[in-house]
Ligand binder design. Sequence first.
Ligand SMILES: Nc1ncnc2c1ncn2[C@@H]1O[C@H](COP(=O)(O)OP(=O)(O)OP(=O)(O)O)[C@@H](O)[C@H]1O
Ligand SMILES: [Mg+2]
Length: 313
Amino acid sequence: MAMDALNQIVGNSPRMRELKQNLLQIAQAEHPVLILGESGAGKEVVARAIHALSSRREAPFVGQSCLAIPEALIESELFGYEPGAFTDARESRPGLFEQAEGGTLFLDEIGDIPLSFQKRLLRVLQEREVRRLGSTEAIPVDVRIVTATNAPIEQLVKEGGFRSDLLYRLNTFELRVPPLRQRIDDIPALVEHFLRKHGARYGIEPERPGDEVMQQLKDYPWPGNVRELENFVVRWISLGAEALIALDKRVALSFEAQDSNRRWLSMTMSEIEAEVIKMVLHDCAGNKTLAAKRLGVARKSLYNKIERYKLEL
Ligand SMILES: Nc1ncnc2c1ncn2[C@@H]1O[C@H](COP(=O)(O)OP(=O)(O)OP(=O)(O)O)[C@@H](O)[C@H]1O
Ligand SMILES: [Mg+2]
């Protein structure tokens, strides 16, 4: 059982073994867990494993990205509402806290929740009860909170964008999912995993990348981490070696200028991400919808990154 859940997390590099070890130790506890890691690194995979390894495994796992909820709806989404709470509220609806009763509530992109909402969330965590919008009745909730973010949350706290008291509520346990470039030993196993996951759909046995291609994959910095590798494998299944061209194109501009891809290794993940976004936007002639699709991120997330990195077009 435990092994099954852990095996959902592909990768046995030293960094991942350490992560799995920590995960096993904290999964059984009831305390909140904050999962940190770059975009696409596998934070949700880890969150699901925590739930599967806990005594709550038979109860619901409810996952939600805070970025995907419009700011005005975040309260009603999480806490639910009663008829008349707002114009469109015609019926009663339980929020995500109630839906996760007895189980785990996974809130992704927690670093992006509005400051105005943070205090309310903190109160719910302290009191372990929610009030639906438009109701005064307190509903007790028994939910384990797992959150994740790729934002520099300590930095956000310093800058006043995230409440420190809320952070201390959320990070009783902290797990860091290392970026793919720090565990390139995992790449062959991940490629194999994704070939099996996506190959079946095509009804053919997909070709395995040879040693040379595998080396190229290990040299690439993977700014989009495991998600980007998964996208690559999907392209590889239908395009073969041509899929590598698309991979190279993203970083080609800088490769040409610097004539060495080692340059990426001395950059921070944020710098690499900013640079890749700039290049893709340039490639897409500033079309953000297209750029978001190419980068494999939600448009809202792309807008946030453009703002965060102050990228001028
Ligand atoms: N170790 C892993 N083993 C198997 N699949 C993985 C692993 N890590 C990530 N994936 C897959 O890669 C994709 C991205 O992972 P996930 O959604 O967990 O990333 P994330 O860190 O939550 O990303 P974001 O910051 O964008 O929310 C998913 O399809 C997931 O199944
Ligand atoms: Mg996620």
